[in-house]
Design a binder for this molecule. Structure first.
Ligand code: SF4
Ligand code: SF4
Length: 375
């Protein structure tokens, strides 16, 4: 198999002109990408990104989203900017607005692909783990897409790259009949009971789990934790924010990686060949996902932007660049005493992101061999 092409725009700016800035070189790289290969005139194009959270501001900047939107318009495509339900839909659109992801800044309408209640979806065959998954309707129906990913760490996946953005981010949270097993949360709890458990001895009643739950699926009454099994979509956010380790949700790392690959395949199956472009932003590389309630400082210096039409190659190239990069001082990397030469994300999250890249490769979703073209 021929290596796939991955374009790399370095974050360094060594000349004081717009043309030589990251934004200027990104714009010219998009022009050279020949978007007409992916988009037909009048075709709707989803620009999939992550809207962040109230306290997680290190999302893909509206400046870059706007450049992608403009390039799509230049080819007479009809872009819209989208993500899927992470918290109550209207609140999530407000978060997007506060993070600058709005029509005014991005130049295209901003909407939730699975609707404001997170249950607007189409069931699609995926693989042996979930059988079928609930792909967000707007992503299922749209003919073309640009997947804009803020590349960073992730507590369950090791890294949050394009595969994760497509797999987890392309699915609806749940369905109208509370079918969490085939939604996004099902990927956190394959073949398991999927019940959040509480250890009263450890709990300090800080209420953080209740505050972070997008669905009011956990609560306290008379200082006792109540878990609402039917409402909960198993996103695991309550478990992740609990400062005392008092909550647990069964998790199997190997199945999680495999599930990401299978869900990516399901989302890809709703597109014809050559209809998706991936743009990974290796900027503000923080340790955790943009859905967490806060964003820590970066653990690796800004590296740049990668563009490819190969899902596997773009994540492989991104991870390879991260592996070569030294940890930053005064960051979570220093807290963990990570040294130069070590794999920062692997040490930080103790989960190997390479595994879901390998799983996606095994499913034939792309090529791990790539040629990096420097711009
Ligand atoms: S896993 Fe926790 S945060 Fe997520 S929906 Fe269930 S109770 Fe809420
Ligand atoms: S986040 Fe943890 S410690 Fe705080 S109330 Fe919830 S279970 Fe208890």
């Amino acid at each position: 198999m021929e290596p796939s092409t991955v374009t790399f725009i370095s974050a360094r700016a060594t000349k004081w002109s717009y043309k030589e800035s990251l934004a200027g070189r990104f714009e010219s790289a998009l022009r050279e990408t020949k978007l007409s290969k992916y988009i037909k005139p009048k075709e709707a194009v989803a620009v999939k990104t992550h809207f962040g959270s109230e306290g997680a501001h290190r999302v893909v900047r509206p400046l870059f989203i706007r450049k992608v939107v403009q390039s799509i318009r230049d080819k007479k495509g009809k872009p819209f900017v989208t993500d899927t339900f992470r918290m109550k839909g209207l609140e999530y659109l407000q978060v997007a607005n506060e993070n600058g992801i709005n029509e005014h800044a991005c130049g295209a309408p901003v909407l939730l692909a699975d609707g404001i209640f997170g249950n607007d979806n189409v069931s699609v065959p995926s693989g042996k783990l979930q059988g079928e998954v609930l792909v967000a309707s707007a992503i299922h129906d749209v003919p073309a897409m640009a997947v804009l990913t803020h590349f960073k760490g992730h507590v369950n996946a090791g890294i949050g790259g394009a595969i994760k953005n497509l797999a987890m981010g392309g699915l609806a949270g749940s369905s109208r009949n509370h079918d969490w097993k085939h939604g996004r949360g099902g990927m956190h709890s394959h073949h398991m009971e999927g019940v959040v458990t509480w250890d009263q001895e450890k709990c300090s009643l800080c209420d953080q789990c209740v505050e972070v739950c997008p669905l009011e699926a956990c609560s306290f009454e008379n200082e006792l934790f109540y878990f609402h099994q039917k409402k909960c979509w198993r996103c695991g956010r309550c478990v992740r924010v609990c400062p005392e380790g008092a909550l647990d949700l069964p998790f199997d790392e190997e199945l999680f990686h495999q599930g990401l690959a299978e869900a990516s395949r399901a989302v890809l199956s709703t597109f014809k060949k050559n209809k998706i472009l991936y743009v990974n932003f290796l900027l503000e590389i923080q340790p955790e996902c943009d859905c967490m309630p806060a964003a820590d400082v970066p653990v690796i210096q800004d590296l740049g932007i990668l563009i490819s039409d190969d899902l596997v190659a773009v994540d492989q190239a991104s991870l390879d660049l991260l592996r070569k990069s030294p940890p930053l001082p005064d960051s979570a990397a220093e807290d963990k005493e990570i040294k130069k030469g070590e794999d920062v994300m692997l040490r930080l999250n103790e989960i190997d992101g390479q595994k879901h890249i390998d799983a996606a490769f095994e499913l034939g979703l792309g090529n791990k061999e790539y040629a990096l073209i420097n711009k």
